[in-house]
Design a protein around this ligand. Sequence first.
Ligand code: ZN
Length: 234
Amino acid sequence: MKTRALVLFSGGQDSATCLAWALSRYEYVETIGFDYGQRHAVELTCRVSVLARLREQFPAWAAKLGDDHMLDLSILGKISDTALTQDKAVEMESNGLPNTFVPGRNLLFFTLAAAVAYRRGLHALVGGMCETDFSGYPDCRDNTLKALQVAISLGMDAPLIIETPLMWINKRQTWQMANELGGEEFVELIRSETHTCYLGDRSALHDWGYGCGKCPACELRATGYKSYVATARP
Ligand code: ZN
């Protein structure tokens, strides 16, 4: 029975939506997060509040929600020189990628998550990677993750599925998916408790959530929310 999943849960909008998606499909779900010296480490606090509120407000999901795992990946911050782990401005590099790209991050995340899943008897890894509204990160691409699924399954001699429910939808549709999974109550939880801003700014609550409102992550989140409100609640 492949009904046990491990969700890569950062505390952001996308992974929180993926967590609800997994809780609505699998019989048992655990979560995993990574501390890699990210500047927006506030998301690590947010993930604790999101999990607590999920348990309080959504009893059906709470019954399926198991352990949370937190892995120290500070080594990643030490070996990568990016705007996510260093105090520098977010800008485009000559290779067409923003300097928020942490090389190999998702490859590492999934491989470590697979090691935990193997030990815990979990058969699916769920992540919020997306090719639709993305910054061009090559490790978010569908083919990269399909190849990784094959490599991990072979390398651990245990069939393991990588699920990416947001891969082909845009940010408006991600808000819409949250609504379909948990209604307005879950949308409100995502709006007020999850974190997306690259700069870790939680000084002001906008209608789309907390954030600086200017970094690429905030812009995507805000634009998606406005479009969602315009179409979902006429
Ligand atoms: Zn921001």
